[in-house]
Design a protein around this ligand. Structure first.
Ligand code: SAM
Length: 241
């Protein structure tokens, strides 16, 4: 998968690209991740990317010319011949979730556009953006951290990125692939078996795989019922242990 990021702060992405699972995926060529400096697409001496809002008001708005030039250079023009899916990070966009991460993981090429200031000129969205994505109902100073969230959630779903292919399958929210599909994952333990008077549940040490599975399913269901009952709406009764 290839991911291009359009930003005025490309340096924010370098350590992320070199570290941990994503770093390994990039080194092995499984993921190509590149952050592009929006100022490279300006044409004036001052490399201007923002200007005052028409109609007045606080702050600055990102100018359309460099953004559209950058997006079109990386993805092609909007429409049928376009080479990549272009996503604008935007608190007003559709809420990013695991289902969306799965959909995006099936794309060969994404372009993630990071806003700053008061956001981007509407014509950028009209002319060059395929989708607006929000990571939650709060306002960040810029789209870079939102883009990192999307990159991490999407790339860990690609085959060969997470060491154990079972890992993403058993995790919370995983909608389509999990046998406990859509539930939160239950509690997890590692050694030691006893820590400050708290013991790892006996069943997990029993070696009895069917019992362990049943226990995990019960825990996942109970936890979801308690913390996120909204996730159980519309599910058929067959998933209740
Ligand atoms: N004036 C905008 C509004 O009221 O909707 C907010 C602009 S915000 C200060 C600057 C940039 O941060 C946005 O253009 C977007 O790229 C990014 N951003 C802020 N919050 C975000 C969120 N929840 N999800 C995704 N991107 C976000």
């Amino acid at each position: 998968m290839r991911i291009d990021i359009v930003t005025i702060f490309p340096e924010l992405f370098a350590p992320f690209r070199e570290t941990s699972l994503l770093g390994e995926a990039c080194r092995r060529g499984r993921v190509e991740l590149e952050a592009h400096d929006l100022r490279e697409y300006t044409t004036d001496r001052h490399r201007t990317v923002d200007d005052e809002p028409y109609g007045g008001g606080p702050g600055m708005v990102m100018k359309p010319e460099p953004l559209v030039a950058a997006i079109e250079a990386l993805a092609g023009e909007k429409g049928e011949g376009r080479r990549a899916r272009v996503l604008l990070m935007d608190p007003q966009g559709a809420r990013f979730d695991q289902r969306k991460a799965e959909t995006l993981a099936a794309q060969p090429h994404l372009v993630l556009v990071c806003g700053r200031y008061e956001g981007v000129d509407q014509r950028v969205i009209d002319l060059a953006v395929d989708e607006e994505i929000s990571i939650g109902d709060y306002v960040l100073a810029g789209g870079e951290s939102a883009a990192l969230v999307v990159v991490e959630a999407v790339t860990r779903l690609l085959p060969g990125v997470v060491g154990n292919p079972e890992s993403p399958v058993t995790e919370s929210f995983q909608p389509t692939r999990s046998f406990r599909g859509g539930l939160l994952e239950g509690p997890q333990y590692t050694r030691p078996a006893r820590f400050r008077d708290l013991e790892v549940p006996e069943v997990l040490r029993s070696g009895h795989h069917a019992e362990i599975e049943r226990w995990r399913h019960e825990q996942a269901f109970a936890r979801t019922e308690q913390r996120r009952p909204d996730l159980l709406k519309g599910r058929t009764g067959d998933t209740k242990p």
